[in-house]
Design a binder for this molecule. Sequence first.
Ligand code: BGC
Length: 249
Amino acid sequence: MQMLGVDIGGSGIKGCLVDTETGELIGERHRLVTPQPATPAAVAHTLKALVEHFQWKGPVGCGFPATIHNGIAKSAANIDKRWVETDAAHLFADVTGLPCHVLNDADAAGLAEMRFGTGKDRKGVIILVTIGTGIGTAVFVNGQLLPNTELGHLMLEGKVAEHYCSDAVRKREDLSWGRWGKRFNKYLARLEFLFSPDLFILGGGSSSKLDKFIDKIETRAPLVAAANLNQAGIIGAALHAAERTAEQQ
Ligand code: BGC
């Protein structure tokens, strides 16, 4: 089945058609700049422009950087505060005229990695961590997602973890990969203390830089890069739309 998968982020809104049987992208990915301020109405109109770019007429899957309960955003850490309590699924459907299925962006990336990537056919406890402006997490137990875990908001060294070791912090504080890696190791150690995972999967832009800081990572569970690197969010959003569509039929 073909689906349009969209990854809504603080700086870009990226989409691509996805073959949900194989997890492969069909054609070119398209990226639009996230409008500022990223109000619900402005983001919905950018999503509409993305849908029109693909001339897409089917269901749309959207990864979104907030906790999502039945399509409704319940948090807004790195996005406009007006998103809290916004029914993103209904808003997107109204503006695009298409059925839209919304889930947390890290959960979307996790779904893609578990189905087609590094977590494929793996049992046990697996935690995917995406590093970008914020830190997103997706927790799986024997392949089953525990949604909306938001472990980027754990407290670490007196700070919210994503204010201590996100990629935005690395850039802002001009940290070397080594120094940032030590911080990230502390973060993973905390996750390991709490959840004793069997595997950590690293998503987001930093996953392609893993070799620059892997020597700082001392957790018992191995840390491996996401197979789909930056595309996992798009692929997982498309998968989510395919699953929801199948459930409704
Ligand atoms: C948000 C999460 C999101 C993560 C990655 C965090 O600030 O709270 O919902 O998954 O950023 O975008």
